[in-house]
Design a binder for this molecule. Structure first.
Ligand SMILES: [Zn+2]
Length: 264
């Protein structure tokens, strides 16, 4: 048995997205974007999947991630919040994202599932009936996830290679726009959380409410916690390119099936 990949196919975590409203740490000074004095534990992070050798699934940081946004059912300001959340993920991971315009694609829907050519990530607001991923997580404000296949790092070590990302936001859940502390959570907090899933992080085991990857929206100002930052760094650019074949060989990976996981 080679437990190379955890057999998570659409693993939906059982945590209830009870929208908690603890207005913690809402002093204006803590709202500087991506503050280096990040809160909580630097160990509060977890990867969606890892290879047997411990390498987490990653995007190849040596190529841009092209993304489109479906704002058909979104409120005003959704696109600019999305771009800001993507910029925060980019700043912490070193991954480069390129916005490629709007789309009508809803990831996880029966008809609108196919991504336009060259698009790696879709962020979409959708009604729950439109997306199986949302339907499977009743009450969730959003879901995010990745698909991955075999890949290698520069040393030739197996590193699951993320080939597609998805974020689906529940259009029936109305959150306050922006990234400030907000009762029930801000749209910025939700976007950072779900895009965090779309770059390979899942919920930490620790009950660390300072982390954006904490499983429920807390209403705190949307800033990465210390654990978020460690996790994002470990799936980011500093770890080097991710290759389709082992560097120095021309042989393609023999195990090239794609697996996927979506988290709420
Ligand atoms: Zn989540």
């Amino acid at each position: 048995m080679t437990p190379q990949y955890r057999p998570v196919k659409t693993a939906v975590l059982a945590s209830i997205l009870a929208v908690l409203c603890a207005l913690i740490g809402s002093s204006p000074t803590s709202a500087a974007s991506d503050n280096p004095t990040a809160r909580g534990s630097m160990w509060s992070y977890r990867f969606i999947t890892k290879a047997w050798n411990g390498n987490p699934a990653r995007w190849n940081p040596c190529a841009p991630i092209d993304y489109k946004v479906n704002t058909r059912y979104a409120n005003r300001g959704a696109l600019s919040d999305t771009k800001r959340a993507v910029a925060r993920v980019s700043a912490t991971t070193g991954l480069r994202f390129v916005y490629r315009g709007s789309t009508r694609v809803v990831p996880g829907s029966r008809h609108g599932d196919r991504y336009p050519s060259g698009i790696d990530l879709v962020v979409a607001w959708a009604k729950p009936w439109q997306s199986d991923a949302l339907r499977r997580s009743p009450g969730a404000a959003g879901v995010g996830g990745v698909s991955w296949t075999t890949g290698y790092d520069r040393s030739g070590r197996t590193t699951p290679r993320i080939v597609q990302g998805r974020v689906i936001l529940n259009a029936n859940v109305k959150l306050r726009g922006g990234f400030w502390s907000a009762r029930g959570g801000s749209r910025g907090e939700l976007l950072m959380h779900e895009i965090g899933h779309a770059v390979g992080l899942t919920h930490p085991r620790q009950q660390d409410r300072w982390q954006i990857m904490y499983p429920t929206l807390t209403g705190k100002p949307a800033l990465w916690g210390a654990g978020d930052r460690s996790g994002l760094w470990r799936v980011g650019r500093t770890r080097g390119c991710v290759y389709r074949s082992r560097p120095g060989t021309t042989m393609r990976a023999t195990q090239s099936s794609t697996q996927s996981a979506t988290m709420r």
